[in-house]
Design a binder for this molecule. Structure first.
Ligand SMILES: [Zn+2]
Length: 331
């Protein structure tokens, strides 16, 4: 078994429920991208279909169930995902589930396992179809749903699933793990990836060479805006060329760090230690009340950028204009 260090609690919870014979019919694995939820789900599916679990509840990798699953031909396992990345999960895909679940498992006393994700990619019709399956659960069938946006699922789906939350690990655990993956400068990659270790690893391995410099120069740009050496319109035009959402998340983390530092927080309490000296300077200059009032605008921008088609240029201009107008401390 190859469990990530920040997933052991969630694993033990499922294993102990299984041993008590109290596994729910549906589990919702919920949490930000880049924490390894899918990897966890795959391992849990393997463990349910294995006939010879180890003492930690993991799969043996050698029995008939394990081999069939590895070969992609296990009759009691089904995967439902968008046919193309980013597209919707279609209603026909979910409807096929009902014929799968009514059949009894091919192996005696075995489970049937369905992995659905990203669950928020179900459209209205697919979600309603899944709801029917959830309302009449079949014996020994476990549905594992994955989501990074639980608020976009029907409330009735959420309420019929046992929810298991995944949160970003603490800084020490994450950097230690990134070290084992041979990531150089893990601290900065973790900051760039908003604290998600697998996302940090992925960016490190597949960087388009610009994200590191964009992150590194971000606060400098914001200082230039404060001192009127740059204007919001040209910065917004720059930002919207590349992953606006990520840039707004960086800005949010920096603002939260500035607030922490202004309140006397130490360097080890901030989430972006590589930017400490610039953040400390800003903490001296900016009024803390103004920063608190600024945060809700950043949350709203994050929400809009993550869920809908918006005019990114206008949205970024608006938060940059607000940044430039933040009240200053009298020095
Ligand atoms: Zn096995």
């Amino acid at each position: 078994m190859n469990l990530l260090p920040w997933q052991t609690t969630q694993w033990q919870q499922l294993v102990s429920r299984r041993r008590q014979g109290k596994l729910p019919h549906a589990v919702l694995l919920s949490g930000p991208e880049g924490l390894g939820k899918r990897q966890f789900a795959e391992q849990f599916a393997e463990s349910l279909l294995c006939h010879d679990n180890d003492e930690n509840g993991g799969a043996c990798g050698k029995c008939r169930g394990c081999l069939l699953l590895k070969a992609g031909s296990h009759p009691d396992f089904k995967r439902i995902e968008p046919e193309e990345a980013g597209k919707a999960i279609k209603v026909d895909q979910v409807r096929a589930l009902s014929s799968f679940t009514v059949l009894s498992a091919q192996f005696d006393h075995g489970y049937k396992v369905v992995l659905i994700g990203p669950a928020e990619n179900m459209n209205r019709a697919s979600a309603n179809s899944l709801l029917k399956t959830l309302e009449e659960p079949a014996d020994n069938t476990i549905l594992i749903l994955l989501t990074s946006a639980p608020q976009r699922l029907l409330a009735t789906i959420r309420s019929r699933c046992q929810r298991l939350n995944f949160i970003a690990p603490d800084y020490a655990t994450a950097t230690q793990w990134l070290n084992t993956q041979s990531v150089t400068n893990p601290q900065q990659w973790l900051e760039i990836a908003d604290g998600a270790p697998l996302a940090a690893l992925d960016l490190f391995n597949h960087d388009d060479e610009s994200i590191e410099s964009r992150y590194g120069s971000g606060l400098e740009t914001l200082e230039a805006l404060q001192s009127r050496r740059k204007d919001p319109i040209s910065i917004a035009a720059e930002w919207q060329k590349k992953d606006s959402l990520r840039t707004v998340k960086w800005l949010t983390n920096w603002v939260m760090d500035i607030i922490r530092l202004a309140q006397g927080g130490q360097a080890n309490s901030i989430s972006c230690p590589s930017q400490q000296s610039r953040l400390t300077n800003l903490a001296k200059q900016l009024d803390i009340g103004g920063l608190h009032a600024y945060l809700p605008h950043l949350y709203e921008a994050t929400r809009l950028l993550g869920t809908t088609q918006v005019n990114q240029q206008l949205l970024l201009e608006e938060i940059l204009i607000r940044w430039a107008a933040l009240p200053k401390n009298r020095l």
